[in-house]
Design a protein around this ligand. Structure first.
Ligand SMILES: [Ca+2]
Length: 471
């Protein structure tokens, strides 16, 4: 057996065989606090709970921009959207100068993108070169869609139907089943088939993104359970004022939970495959999400907001060779850290990237240090008035958060467009995790406000972003 393997894979050097595998599970719009292990009151996630108990929980991980496209581009480039230029879901740059998965493939990793590709048509050809295995939905930004069908129509019509149109290396294949199941099982199959070589899998299920269509076996599982109480839950404000909307959002939340159960079951099968093929402990596994989501916090719903449930993401890492199971870290980390961490562990040489935001978090995993950065910024670009195409894209808001718990957000919108939110918000997260008391107008904290404003301005200037709008 060993001889046959050695013969078949004689081009693989010993050092490559010893390199750990990498598996990143990038869910879509999964907010913090939804796992049993995170204390969710009714959602059962036994497989993810096991994963959490054997890994490290990061309590302070943020997306650099809390919306799918910019966040993912930041993960793949290590840069802010001011540099990679995918500033909102509606803007696709023709090229990304730095696309980190390519360096993994070049260094000998067998790379696989399984699930969502969201970097646009113009870049697709170059993106495909970075992945040894390309198993991506034929969909809005990946392959030619039905003429006349909009991006949103495609999503709603095809995303979770009982068959998936995947694009393999050179062909389109139709596979029966719910997409979440198909993607997890494809990752498991690929991992087992690739066990003689180091692999780097980016498993990117669309779930639990809208449309909220779970598998048939889990649909309706949490009907009537409602949105759990939280101190910052405001279901009679803002977004929910429109008649019927609250009920609709509660129904959505319950199906969102069912979709997380789908993910949990997929994790169980994937885990089992890695375990049975003897690869589990030799694989660095990261489980996270591209952005968070509000379900009624401060009277708002969905993403694009700077509040914690939107900007923060779940982030769990399992690698027992380095990190003690069941531990927690309060270190400030962000999603751009992913590929820099994997490169550090897998000895992949990455170039000097302008404005690089990613850091290796291996020293946090090993317990060598408590922090890899003292503060970080996250930002959001948008057209503030979508109904009016003449309104230019602006930096909608920018936030800075410090390791000691201070957080400042400044909005760049006219007050009449945002009557529900104060345009300067400062919270002390260390004592006010739910952002209930805005301290920006409190004279006692004027020095902290001044210092945070200066810091935010400097951070914007450092990435050549406009900061002249700051008050
Ligand atoms: Ca997303």
């Amino acid at each position: 057996m060993v001889a046959a393997w050695a013969c078949a894979c004689s081009f693989v050097s010993a050092s490559e065989v010893e390199r750990p595998n990498i598996l990143v599970i990038m869910t879509d719009d999964l907010r913090i606090g939804m796992l049993g292990a995170e204390g969710h009151p009714y959602l059962k996630t036994p497989n993810l709970d096991r994963f959490v108990s054997e890994g490290v929980t990061f309590n302070n991980c943020y997306a650099l921009s809390p919306v799918c496209g910019p966040s993912r581009a930041s993960i793949f480039t290590g840069q802010y959207s001011t540099q990679h230029m995918r500033r909102d879901n509606f803007y696709y740059p023709d090229d990304f100068e730095y696309y980190l998965p390519q360096y993994f493939r070049d260094s000998g990793y067998v790379t696989a993108l399984i699930g969502k590709y969201y970097e646009g048509d113009a870049f697709r050809k170059k993106a495909r070169k970075a992945w040894s295995h390309w198993f991506v939905n034929a969909g809005p930004d990946t392959e030619k869609r039905t003429p006349g069908m909009s991006h949103i129509d495609w999503w709603n019509a095809y995303l979770y139907q009982d068959q998936m149109y995947a694009v393999g290396k050179d062909r389109k294949v139709v596979i029966e089943g719910h997409q979440t199941d198909i993607l997890f099982d494809e990752a498991a199959r690929f991992a087992v088939d690739t066990k003689e070589q180091p692999f780097c899998i980016f498993l990117s299920p669309f779930s639990p993104h809208t449309p909220l269509i779970p598998t048939k076996r889990n649909a309706g599982k949490y009907k009537g359970m409602g949105i759990p109480e939280r101190p910052d839950l405001e279901l009679d404000l803002g977004y929910f004022r429109k008649e019927g909307r609250l009920e609709e959002v509660i129904n959505m939340y319950e199906e969102y939970c069912a979709m997380i159960t789908d993910i949990d079951e997929g994790m169980g099968r994937l885990f089992q495959s890695l375990e049975q093929s003897g690869q589990l402990d030799n694989t660095l596994i990261i489980f996270t999400s591209d952005n968070g989501l509000l379900y009624g916090e401060h009277g708002f719903a969905w993403k694009r907001h700077p509040w914690e449930s939107s900007a923060k993401v779940p982030f769990f890492v399992r690698y027992p060779k380095l990190a003690k199971g069941g531990s927690e870290s309060d270190a400030l980390v962000n999603l751009a850290d992913i590929f820099f961490t994997c490169a550090d562990l897998g000895r992949v040489k990455l170039p000097e990237i302008p404005g690089q935001q990613g850091e290796s978090i291996l020293p946090l995993l090993s317990g060598e240090v408590d922090q890899v950065r003292d503060e970080m910024m996250f930002i959001q670009y948008e057209k503030p008035d979508r109904e009016n195409p003449g309104v230019p894209e602006v930096m909608l808001w920018a936030s800075v958060v410090r390791a000691n718990g201070w957080k400042l957000t400044e909005y760049n919108i006219p007050p009449e467009q945002r009557p529900d939110v104060p345009l300067t918000q400062m919270y002390h997260l260390a004592t006010d995790a739910y952002e209930m008391e805005n301290l920006a107008g409190n004279p006692e904290y004027a020095p902290a406000l001044k210092s945070l404003k200066t810091q935010l301005k400097q951070k914007l200037e450092a990435i050549e972003a406009d900061s002249t709008w700051m008050r």
